[in-house]
Design a protein around this ligand. Sequence first.
Ligand SMILES: [Zn+2]
Length: 151
Amino acid sequence: MTAATATEVLVSSPVADLESDGLLGEFPEGPRLVGTTCDACGNTMIGTRIVCSDCVGTDVTRVALPTAGVLYTFTRLHVGAEGVRPLGYVDFDGDVRTLADLRETEDAPLMPGIRVALGVDGDAWWFAPEATDASIAPAATEATEASEEEK
Ligand SMILES: [Zn+2]
């Protein structure tokens, strides 16, 4: 028993920073991806955090993340019978980047730098090109602005 106690003292546990794995939450304005803003340093993170990943502060506030952003980059996974699953990084308006499922159509193909908007259906969420007509341009200006917002 004494030896077991000594072992327990030597074992360190990781500090949990996520309260939940679910990223979708209900807010007064509707379903949104959940973020956490640090009250001490202002850092915004994706998910429901209990510790700031920047300053390790524990005074944090649950926030609704923006419903639009800029597609940083993406790929198309070919998954057996499921077909093609586009997956990419979205930079929210602000300084949060997340990996997300993507949707596209022939009229609104995915391209790095385009504006994308959040879509929600039940527990499923994804991002798709904000404009649904063929007038989507690579939007170099917006991509430049987004990269300036990155940390
Ligand atoms: Zn902080």
